[in-house]
Design a protein around this ligand. Structure first.
Ligand code: C2E
Ligand code: CA
Ligand code: CA
Length: 654
């Protein structure tokens, strides 16, 4: 502007100077010219002076015209040029605005720009919609005017932080909208500055991610549900085997080491319950049992159903030997009471193996194996008991395979022998029969049948083993009868697997033929639980066996929950009351009732009874008064070899 002034001033000075020189020149030359041209005539002088004046007027007019034309032309040109430029600029701005407007309005994100006074001056349609107002209504308002207090406060805090820190933010925010809807936004906010860096406003972009978050949440929930199903047993809702592995992995990965106890728990005779009362009933038992475990053990105990009737318990508190024993005894005590399901009372017991981390192993796989081995040992102790793992057991478990192959050799080498336990009439004190019990004498000592009979069943050796016992039993009977030493029967144990073997009847025929034994000298003992394993098949088989002249007794009677309805169809002569009812019979009213019921039942069905495991005179007296037909137990005799038995018989007859 100042430059223009200076230029105009210069031009004006030049022009005035030019005019001054011209004027002076004019006056000087024109007067001389007039003087030269005039002849001195005053009229002529006046005329020339007039012409001179006219000429001056004409020349200055032309000059003025030329100058002003040039000046005005230039001015006009400049002005119109400026006007055109202004117009073009205006159009460009309008176009830019339109472009920006359509751009921000086409966005589904809410876009706002506000001044430093927090008043909105640009908002797009999405933003206006969100506020429930029109674009024009929003302009000039602040967040406090539009949003619920908590949202306005949030927006103001964000703005203040941005201004304070001169920064930029991008984050997720849950906001309550003016219509009350809760919206999850992805917020992008920053500051606006001029080209020169002067701060003039704040922009904000709010992207609605509510649906996306909801979807994510749903997927997460579905995943969690799926994960839950994969890790839990649907029946009891307890964690399952997969959980167990993961928990053990986690527990054994900890540093420093945190000791814990692993209990492997297996229900006794659960299969029989399932077979007798059906799977639905069995399921109820499992549910009740899992609840009982949850009630009995400390709250932080992890209880896992690893399958079928197997549970694993992980304990981290109260894990000293004494506390564990107390807890175990409490469990066993509780299991003395029956479960009542659909008005049916069932007794359920458990065998428990216990291993300690890290004492028994710091490897969880091994820890599981050890608890499992300890549990099997507990089963062999006669069930409903617990057993801590000890190292000797490993040898035993590791030795199972060796044991099996040694057993095979022992059978073919005739290293197995039979011991005999007398059965006594409690009134006369006379031996009425003996039970043949197999023994395996090895160089390392005597292996009890409770260990090798299940092993033989498991490895398919029971057919061979059973065949040996039968042949040996038959031969003994023939020997004794032919010498007139003994007139009672020899009871021989038959396992279910042996009985249902397709060759069993044929084998018996052959053995009778081979040994010359009379079936009337032999009683076959079959456990109640094996009858329940394959009821129809075994009932039919027993019928055939009985028709050949053998006597049949049901071993371990009372433990298998056999239903009375089919007992009367069983071709059976004798019920052998299980040892578990005899134990503490003088102190345990429940056992007294059971024993009395079994004796009455047998009488009603025309069967005789024998009580096994009688150890004291009190037990004997009680049973005798109840009317039991015979007694087998340590009170009278332990199982003994043939020589010892014959000696005993001789002594008795003297
Ligand atoms: P089981 O048939 O119930 O045999 C009775 C078991 O109770 C015998 O154990 C016997 O020694 C024991 N016993 C007898 N009186 C008493 C007593 O007063 N108190 C105590 N605590 N126990 C007593 P054993 O000989 O160790 O036999 C264990 C099991 O092995 C038998 O139980 C039977 O199931 C099986 N078994 C034995 N021999 C054979 C066999 O030749 N074949 C088959 N399949 N199984 C056999
Ligand atoms: Ca027996
Ligand atoms: Ca028995």
């Amino acid at each position: 502007m100042a430059l223009k002034h200076l230029q105009s001033f210069k031009n004006a000075v030049q022009l005035s100077a030019l005019y001054l020189i011209f004027g002076i020149g004019w006056i000087y030359f024109s007067d001389n010219a007039v003087e030269l041209l005039s002849s001195g005539n005053s009229h002529e002088l006046t005329l020339l002076q007039n012409y001179k004046g006219w000429l001056f007027i004409v020349i200055t007019t032309v000059l003025l015209f030329l100058l002003s034309y040039r000046f005005l032309y230039q001015k006009f040109f400049e002005f119109s040029e400026q006007l055109a430029k202004q117009k073009a600029d205006q159009t460009l701005i309008e176009q830019k605005n339109a472009l920006l407007n359509s751009l921000i309005n086409s966005s589904s994100d809410a876009i706002v720009i506000k001044g430093l006074n927090k008043q909105y001056f640009i908002v797009n349609e999405a933003a206006a919609q969100l506020s429930g107002l029109s674009i024009n209504e929003v302009i000039g308002k602040t967040a406090d005017d539009i949003f619920p207090p908590q949202t306005a406060k949030l927006i103001n805090t964000m703005d203040n932080e941005l201004l304070e820190k001169k920064s930029f933010t991008e984050h997720e925010e849950i906001m309550v909208m003016p219509n009350g809807v809760i919206r999850t936004n992805w917020v992008t906010k920053g500051l606006l500055t001029t080209e020169k860096g002067e701060l003039f406003g704040i922009y904000g972009i709010y992207r609605d991610i509510t649906k996306a978050r909801e979807n994510e949440q749903e997927i997460l929930k579905a995943k969690e549900h799926f994960d839950y199903l994969a890790h839990h047993d649907p029946l009891t809702d307890l964690p399952n085997r997969l959980s167990l592995i993961e928990i053990l992995q986690e527990k054994s990965d900890r540093t420093p080491i945190v000791p814990f106890v692993l209990m492997f728990l297996d229900l006794d005779g659960f299969k029989e319950i399932n077979d007798s009362f059906g799977h639905r009933f069995g399921d109820q038992v499992l549910i009740l049992f899992s609840k009982l475990l949850q009630d009995l053990f400390p709250k932080d105990t992890i209880i896992i159903r690893t399958g079928g009737d197997e549970f694993v318990l992980l304990l981290e508190s109260k894990i000293d030997q004494h506390s564990i024993q107390t807890q175990m005894n409490r469990l066993i005590q509780t299991l003395n009471d029956p479960f009542n399901i659909d008005q049916i009372e069932v007794y359920i017991t458990a065998s428990i193996g216990i291993s300690l981390y890290p004492d028994d192993s710091s490897n969880y796989g091994e820890l599981l194996q050890k608890a499992d081995a300890a549990m099997y040992k507990a089963k062999s102790f006669g069930r409903n008991t617990y057993n801590f793992y000890n190292d000797g057991l490993t040898q035993e478990v590791l030795g199972r395979t060796t044991l099996a192959s040694n057993l095979k050799k022992a059978i073919s080498n005739h290293d197995l022998i039979l011991h005999y336990q007398p059965q006594i009439n409690p009134n006369s004190g006379k031996i009425t029969g003996v039970e043949a019990l197999v023994r395996w004498n090895t160089d390392e000592g005597m292996i009890p049948p409770a260990i090798f009979i299940p092993l033989a069943e498991e490895r398919g050796l029971i057919i061979e083993l059973g065949s040996f016992v039968l042949e040996e039993g038959f031969r003994t009977a023939v020997r004794w009868m032919s010498k007139g030493i003994f007139s009672g029967r020899i009871a021989i144990n038959i396992s279910a697997k042996q009985l249902i073997h397709q060759n069993f009847l044929l084998q018996i025929e052959e053995l009778l033929h081979k040994t010359g034994c009379n079936p009337a000298w032999i009683e076959l003992e079959i456990t109640e639980s094996s009858i329940l394993e394959y009821p129809e098949k075994i009932i039919a088989l027993l019928g055939v066996i009985k028709s050949k002249g053998f006597k049949i007794s049901i071993d371990d009677f009372g433990t298998g929950y056999s239903s009375l309805s089919y007992l009367k169809h069983l071709p059976v002569d004798k019920l052998k009351i299980d040892i578990s009812f005899i134990r503490d019979i003088t102190m345990e009213p429940k056992n007294q009732t059971i024993v009395k019921t079994i004796i009455a039942l047998a009488k009603g069905l025309g069967m005789v009874t024998i009580a096994e495991g009688v150890e004291s005179v009190e037990e004997l007296e009680f049973l005798r008064i109840c009317g039991v037909d015979s007694i087998q137990g340590y009170y009278y005799y332990k199982p003994m070899d043939e020589a010892a038995l014959l000696e005993t018989i001789v002594k008795m007859s003297n």
